[in-house]
Design a protein around this ligand. Structure first.
Ligand code: FMN
Ligand code: SF4
Length: 361
């Protein structure tokens, strides 16, 4: 498959997965390099590296990768090289966490509290500054030698906070009807494209917040269509935010195989660009049916690849049964990173766990 000049050797990609492996302060670490080498050696066609901050104020945690200054370029160059050496396409996701940022004074479209903290609403001048920071970070991704960049419009972070009717209560040209609420991400995309030129840009797309008063697919589809008009390379569909992930019905939904595939399928009905589906695609058979039924163009594996980096090779050999499965009853990786700890998987063989432990600073 080809996408904006990139050749995908198969339809398997790694969806971004933050695991707390960067060094404190957001620099690339030996553990992070080891982890991404393993992921790239899996045989997947493309690895989308976890979210990296475009500004210190937009960082999600002390161990979130940083892409907001040229001092991070060298580490990012090494990271891109490690992935590309394995004949795998390398992408980096860039992000501003907005009201979920791990900073004393978080900023957001509006002063809507999040987990007991109220962010400050961005001024118009600050909005322009954040857009420039996205453009500068994207240029660093290109300079570091990655093949593509992804804008993080998912998980309820800043880009999606503008699109959501709950978190965007502005009364200027960025707030109100959906046509206004999608203006911020579209302007970010335009600035990014102006800055990187002919370099593929993808979008992690929040299709549904899974909250009663949240963003719904009927509205988010307008963003998907507009992103396509503005030249996005692909759309990687997801659902939920930190405010819905832990609600009992959403926890139950997230245990089901392919729990976000319907979001990708409905995006695919409305856009012509490639769509990535993710969410417990734990078997090659499931992946194959998603592609055959044209619900998505590419498969995104996050925990599914991390728990067993042999997934693509076992699929190729027809050894579906030998794939180590992420348990729907387990939530260990998510709980660990939420506590600021590096993640490991209880399903791993002891040797893998020891290697990761020995590399953690
Ligand atoms: C611990 C953890 C960290 C994640 N980090 C990111 C991230 O940095 N960016 C992103 O777009 N999605 C992130 N996700 C969402 C995944 O990309 C993916 O959509 C989700 O985990 C479902 O796929 P899976 O069942 O294969 O893990 C994360 C998910 C988990 C569990
Ligand atoms: S089994 Fe648990 S720790 Fe391992 S990937 Fe799945 S949820 Fe994460």
């Amino acid at each position: 498959m080809r996408l904006k000049g990139l050749r995908f050797k198969n339809r398997i990609t790694m969806a971004p997965l933050y695991l707390g492996y960067a060094a404190a302060g957001g620099k690339v670490s030996p553990l992070l390099l080891h982890h991404y080498k393993e992921m790239a050696r899996s045989g997947a066609a493309m690895i989308m590296v976890e979210n990296a901050s475009i500004t210190p104020d937009g960082s999600g945690s002390p161990r979130t990768l940083r892409c907001d200054h040229n001092r991070y370029l060298k580490g990012l160059e090494t990271l891109a090289g490690v992935i590309r050496n394995e004949k795998c396409l390398a992408g980096l996701q860039i992000n501003h966490a907005g009201r979920f940022a791990h900073v004393p004074e978080a900023v957001a479209p509006s002063a809507v509290p999040a987990f007991g903290r109220t962010p400050r609403a961005l001024t118009k001048r600050e909005i322009t500054a954040v857009q420039k920071q996205f453009a500068n970070a994207a240029l660093r991704v290109k300079k570091a030698g990655f093949d593509l960049v992804e804008l993080h419009g998912g998980t309820g972070y800043l880009l999606s906070q503008f699109v959501s009717p709950r978190t965007n209560q502005r009364d200027d040209s960025y707030g109100g009807p959906i046509e206004n609420r999608i203006k911020f991400p579209l302007e970010v995309l335009k600035r990014v494209k102006d800055s990187v030129g002919d370099f593929p840009v993808g979008y992690r797309f929040l299709a549904d917040e899974w909250l009663p008063d949240g963003l719904r697919p009927e509205e988010s589809v307008l963003l998907a269509k507009a992103l396509e008009r503005e030249g996005i390379g692909y759309i990687s569909a997801m659902g939920g935010t930190y405010e819905s992930f832990f609600l009992p019905p959403i926890v139950q939904k997230s245990k089901k195989p392919g729990y976000m595939v319907s979001l990708a399928a409905s995006a695919k009905k409305n856009v012509g660009v490639p769509v990535i589906a993710a969410g417990r695609i734990s078997t090659p058979a499931k992946a194959e049916s998603i592609l055959k039924e044209k619900k998505a163009d590419l498969i995104g594996l996050a925990r599914m690849l991390w728990v067993d980096p042999q997934w693509p090779k076992k699929a190729r050999r027809g050894e579906d049964r030998k794939i180590l499965k992420c348990s729907p009853k387990c939530d260990a990786c998510f709980q660990l990173v939420m506590k600021g700890k590096p993640a490991y998987c209880p399903r791993w063989p002891r040797a893998t766990r020891e290697t990761y432990r020995s590399l953690f600073e």
